[in-house]
Design a protein around this ligand. Structure first.
Ligand code: S5P
Length: 242
């Protein structure tokens, strides 16, 4: 939030690109207008420990936390092990996502992964999703919020950015103690590919989201820096209004 306030931006970039070179270029272009960097390290084709350090350095040079959207979902012990492995997420990620589906212990498993390298990070639990037909509703969402409320490792929740109603109901249940970050937002598109749904970033913030997660609305445009600035302005003025 300090970074967000300095840059006047509630935008988390979903940097869904397949090479480290493209990632570094994008981060340098949009870095001044975004508050955190979300990655999918397992979609990077030229991944190596060294090439990834370039991405980490680029993010740090723009004061961005690294948010690996791993969507952990296995039992606690396996999730702990998966924090290491080839990508060694525990060594560079400040934040990760997890599903609640396997039980509440997944959060402690992830925290134990960071513990192994003497680091501390935060978990975002998926309480809702933006994709059509998802199963994260009703009692599942409530259990997810209860797990998060009981854990100091949980920073907040992923909510459905395509629906202001979903966000305000999530905010009502979560209260003010945890964050809500919302993907499924776009300034122009109404529908994304393969079941993705979109809402307007201003509506998401007004409904109670703390940050919007934007991918193709930024990296898929001809001028990503201008797009990132437009998302930053939309979110910051919506927050001022709220
Ligand atoms: O419910 C979700 C949860 C997530 S984390 N819906 C999502 O779209 N996401 C992520 O947000 C998804 O993995 C992708 O990286 C980003 C949305 O990308 P966009 O191109 O549709 O903006």
């Amino acid at each position: 939030m300090e970074t967000a306030s300095e840059k006047e931006s509630l935008v988390v970039l979903a940097a869904d690109l397949s090479t480290t070179g493209e990632l570094v270029r994008l981060i340098d272009l949009v870095g001044p207008h975004i508050a955190a960097l979300k990655t999918h390290v397992d979609m990077v084709e030229d991944f190596s420990g060294d090439s990834w350090q370039e991405v980490v350095k680029a993010a740090q040079s723009h004061d961005l936390m690294l948010f690996e959207d791993r969507k952990f979902a296995d039992i606690g012990k396996v999730s702990q092990t998966q924090m290491g492995g080839v990508y060694d997420i525990r060594s560079w990620a400040d934040i990760v996502t997890a599903h609640r589906v396997s039980g509440p212990d997944i959060v402690d498993g992830i925290a134990a992964g960071w513990d192994e390298v003497q680091r501390i990070g935060g978990v975002f639990l998926l309480a809702q999703m933006s994709s059509r037909g998802n199963l994260l509703t009703g009692g599942y969402t409530d259990e997810t919020i209860a797990t998060g409320a009981a854990s100091p490792h949980v920073l907040g929740y992923i909510g459905n950015g395509s629906s202001p109603d979903d966000i305000s109901s999530l905010r009502e249940k979560v209260g003010e103690g945890k964050m809500i970050w919302t993907p499924g937002v776009n300034l122009s598109a109404e529908e994304g590919a393969l079941g993705q749904r979109y809402g307007h970033p201003s509506d998401a913030i007004k409904a109670g989201s703390d940050a919007v997660i934007v991918g193709s609305g930024i990296h898929g445009t001809a001028d990503p820096a201008a797009a990132a600035r437009a998302y930053a302005e939309a979110t910051w003025s919506a927050l001022s209004g709220r």
